[in-house]
Write a protein that binds this ligand. Structure first.
Ligand code: SF4
Ligand code: SF4
Length: 247
């Protein structure tokens, strides 16, 4: 093999086209070992897909499967997938046959054992990858070679990355990096627009969302179109309206 050896439990940077050996499948002895005791952060697009997978409203998904935390030092709330109290802290979607929402599993489940970070500089985005080799993960003993680029493509991550990068445009906005604090009202707007899409759509159709850009019909029928519109609205709400008047 022409890939560099990775010590157990190691994290190392890896280039987008650098080969590594890894294959996760139902036959590995550690199957589903990685679906326990996780701090599994959820992006807005992850929640959109959870809504699709469960057939529930976004409000119900948030109530039943998501933990929302607001750290005083952080501008934005963080959302995590619930782990159940079964003595093993299993993921709420782990069933006897494995992941019960596999086609719609969150981006971090798809990305593992890679990590992806995007460095923004103005309009430019630069992708960086790390490879995480945990001792329990026997997928590294499989002979299949891949590269980060090929692996992420095979995991159907393109649409996740598109939306996650748009969200990063807000969470890593210059104003935020320069120390802008969000009011409680702005934090609620973030949760509403990006995570509780059904309520956002309802408020939009009832005329409670004030914005100069009139939504087209697709916004009312298509969740991805709605999330795109919500991102533009939120960007304006947080960074163009001025924070002094809010509380
Ligand atoms: S969502 Fe699915 S793949 Fe992700 S941790 Fe839960 S059971 Fe595992
Ligand atoms: S521990 Fe690794 S090989 Fe095992 S199921 Fe999880 S990702 Fe796959």
């Amino acid at each position: 093999m022409n890939h560099a050896a990775v010590p157990c439990g190691a994290v190392r940077r890896i280039d987008a086209n650098e080969p590594f050996a890894f294959h996760c499948h139902r036959g590995v002895p550690c199957f589903t070992r990685c679906c326990h005791d996780l701090e599994l952060g959820l992006t807005p697009y992850d929640v959109l897909r959870l809504r699709k997978a469960t057939g529930l409203s976004s409000t119900e998904v948030l109530e039943r499967f998501v933990i929302i935390e607001q750290d005083d030092d952080e501008p934005f709330p963080r959302l995590y997938l619930t782990m159940v109290d079964d003595g093993k802290a299993s993921c709420v979607f782990l069933g006897p046959e494995g992941c019960s929402i596999y086609p719609d599993r969150p981006s971090s489940c798809r990305t593992y054992p890679l990590g992806r970070a995007v460095a923004r500089s103005g309009d430019r985005c630069e992708e960086h990858f790390v490879l995480l080799q945990e001792t329990h993960c026997q997928g590294f003993l499989e002979p299949l070679l891949n590269t980060p680029k090929g692996f992420l493509h095979a995991q159907d991550l393109a649409v996740y990355h598109t939306f996650n990068d748009l969200v990063a445009g807000i969470t890593q906005h210059d104003h935020i990096r320069q120390g802008m604090n969000l009011t409680v009202r702005q934090q609620r707007a973030y949760l509403l627009a990006l995570y509780d899409l059904d309520t956002f759509r309802e408020k939009l159709s009832e005329g409670f969302i004030d914005f100069h850009s009139t939504p087209d019909a697709a916004v009312f029928d298509d969740d991805e179109a709605l999330l795109s519109y919500a991102l533009v609205w939120l960007d304006h709400e947080l960074f163009a309206c001025g924070s002094e008047s809010r509380g």
